[in-house]
Ligand binder design. Structure first.
Ligand code: C6P
Length: 438
């Protein structure tokens, strides 16, 4: 992988904060190089581990991805060389940390192809991003009888915040159905976008089924009725190029930790015109421009939504993670993971008594399955003894389990460092489960 070359972009003619000096954001100027799996694997220190005496086969990437050395180093570097609070100090360390943190924001902007850094809000993760929109955008605008449209394949993070909002506003949650393959039924979806719909909120990629939703078609349909669209990109951002302007979505959320970055940080992208009108989500330091007991004036975007000291080290780590995936090239990643998924689907389909849950035509690297006579938790436990890490359970998507009539599934999920040999190890371990339970 080539080292990312960063070009210092021209200063923008916009003050970073009140009358403080500008930060100088970087832009990408790298072209991805050939996909070298051995090199990639060597970038991830944890993959060298043995678990229960067996080489670690990490196939729980939809829960969280492993971190490359460069991300770990970026976090250590911040604490060793820059540790200070940002946006507040006038001393060297604070200015340096502020600069790097704002560079991270700029990098996210390019990563998502957003128009402006003001549209990039640092949050704790996808969950907080959705809650922010629900509480800020939704509380202000929604009233009795208004409708929020989601799909039957959503993660709880894209269900519960809307239910909470419905409780206080009297709005109603509508759910677009999915077919037996786990695909959104577009005709039904379209019928559910009505003059009462105030927001559509859909996942890009289902964490439980692997289905990739036709987000661009969804935004077109919703926008024809002037309905804004939130895209939950938690399972998408690390696996394919995301272009919020091409998708034409109004909000987009993702979590750093599923994108090779650290936990505790994530991004809410919002269209500037909508964010401008939205009230702050939380109050506190940094989100204000002036406070008195009579009145508080809020800061400008994006700081209006960033109350309190943020996860600064997390931002540095996310920045390094974006450099990392950008250096490999998300088109390369998508093609590679597609080949892994095809190989795994073919291999697992040969296993007697195994049923794949989620067989959509458009799928990302998630393979959910059930096995005759074996509970998914038993599958997970036996696989773990073989060094194979998968997730077993409802994957925080209980309505999906109900839709498919299963209490839980076992789920293998792939990332750019996985190999076909690891899928063979998964298959061999599943055969052991069969031996135990047959
Ligand atoms: N899914 C999984 O194992 P947070 O927890 O905020 O980083 O991400 C929440 C979230 C939102 N949407 C989707 C589609 C997700 O998959 C997730 C997280 C993990 O599938 C943990 S439950």
């Amino acid at each position: 992988m080539s080292v990312l070359q960063l070009r210092m972009a021209k200063d923008r003619e916009r003050p970073a904060r009140g009358d403080q000096p500008l930060v100088t954001p970087p832009c990408f100027e790298s072209s991805p190089v050939a996909f070298d799996i051995e090199k990639i694997r060597s970038d991830f220190p944890i993959l060298k581990q043995r678990v229960h005496g067996k080489p670690l086969v990490y196939l729980d990437n939809a829960a969280t991805t492993q971190k490359p050395r460069s991300v770990i180093d970026a976090i250590v570097r911040y604490y060793e060389e820059e540790n200070s609070n940002i946006h507040r100090g006038i001393h060297y360390l604070s200015e340096r940390a502020t600069h790097d943190y704002e560079c991270a924001r700029c990098k996210v902007r390019f990563f998502l192809n957003a128009e402006d850094e003001r549209e990039i809000i640092f949050v704790r993760g996808a969950t907080e991003g959705i809650n922010l929109v629900a509480q800020s955008y939704g509380r202000k605008r929604f009233k009795q009888g208004d409708e929020i449209l989601i799909t039957a394949m959503e993660h709880h993070s894209n269900i519960v915040p809307w239910q909470m909002l419905c409780e206080v506003t009297g709005a109603v949650l509508r759910v677009a159905p999915i077919n037996d393959q786990g695909e959104l039924i577009m005709e039904e979806f379209e019928k559910l976008v009505t003059p009462k719909t105030r927001l559509v909120s859909v996942t890009y990629v289902s964490n439980a089924l692997g289905t990739v939703n036709p987000v661009k078609r969804i935004t077109e349909m919703a926008h024809r009725q002037n309905v804004p669209v939130l895209v939950d990109g938690a399972q998408a951002a690390a696996h394919a190029k995301v272009d919020v302007r091409d998708l034409d979505c109004d909000f987009f959320v993702f979590s750093s930790h599923k994108t090779y970055g650290p936990t505790g940080v994530g991004i809410l992208y919002g269209r500037a015109s909508l964010l401008e009108e939205m009230p702050p989500y939380q109050g506190g330091g940094d989100m204000i421009s002036a406070v008195s007991f009579e009145k508080t004036l809020y800061n400008r975007l994006p700081f209006k939504f960033e109350a309190g000291t943020p996860n600064i080290a997390g931002g540095m780590g996310l920045s390094a993670a974006i450099d990392y995936v950008h250096g490999i090239g998300l088109d390369n990643v998508a093609a590679y993971e597609k080949s892994l998924l095809a190989y795994a689907t073919e291999s697992l389909s040969q296993i007697k008594g195994l049923r794949i849950i989620g067989t959509a035509r458009e799928k990302a690297g998630v393979l959910s399955f059930v096995l005759e006579n074996a509970h998914p938790h038993d599958i997970g436990t036996i696989l773990d003894q073989e060094g194979v890490a998968i997730r077993a359970g409802h994957h925080c998507a209980q309505p999906v389990m109900q839709r498919f009539g299963v209490p839980a599934t076992a789920r293998a999920s792939f990332a750019l460092y996985n190999t076909k040999a690891e899928i063979d190890a998964l298959v061999a371990a599943i055969q052991k489960v069969r031996e135990v339970f047959s």
